[in-house]
Design a binder for this molecule. Sequence first.
Ligand SMILES: Cc1ncc(COP(=O)(O)O)c(C=O)c1O
Length: 288
Amino acid sequence: MTVLVFLDPDYDDGRIADASQPQLMATDLGATRGDGIFETLLAVDGRPRKVQAHLDRLASSGVLLGLELPAADSWQRAIDTALREAGPADEQVVKLVVTRGVEGAGAPTAWVQVSPVSESVRAKRGRGLAVLLLERGYDSTVAQRAPWLLMGAKTLSYAVNMAAIRHAHEQGADDVIFTSSDGKVLEGPTSTVLIARVRDGGKELITPQLESGILPGTSQGALFAAAREAGWKLGYGPLVPADLFESDGVWLISSVRLLAPVLSLDGEPVSVSPALTAELSELVASVS
Ligand SMILES: Cc1ncc(COP(=O)(O)O)c(C=O)c1O
């Protein structure tokens, strides 16, 4: 079911490894310190989507962590090997992972993992979300002042993001939107926030400011490009929670779950537009 391909200088197309057997050293800094980065992308009919955007973001994360990564063409070949090994499927999750490597070895550990899209993700697709606004504890300018916080990097240290989602579930909600200590809307623990404003027939799609310490979403980037072509105006925050309540629709978007409409924030309903959701979902589907 799950295929692993390690990027190994001795294997041009990557080294296939048995996913049912241990493959990492217990002293790997990815395991002991969460010191590493990753990307998660969707493959449809065996073709990975937005590969370049994901490789570009992996490279930016690598720069922020001072990690030397394998070259883009090695990733491409390892992804091809893993998808070939996994065999045909309508949808698969492709994960790219790089850690700082085994303690003292000085070389990163890098691999590609291909697995099926879980039933729970498939079931959640398109379903409306009850969302909690939760504070992240940083202000929206910290990323520029404190690069060691790695705010715009997709690091392996996702324990906080997962804890926020568990907290939401414990309160009966589905997902989370983080806010900054200066009251700005940031992002979901695994997704980008989008809102739509429809005024005098013109449609605007807005996402929080990228400089506010959030991860630049590859899905948001691709959707913005497609929406511009389709005549939408585009905007980049800053957004505050009142903007979400006053909008004509709020969504969370990410590479595997895709576009999910937000139904309520902290139990208060927000505007929901099935027509806008359908229009934006069609634009998302058109992007590869
Ligand atoms: C914190 C965070 N923001 C945004 C996103 C959405 O990114 P993408 O659209 O590239 O999947 C993710 C994806 O996992 C994420 O973890």
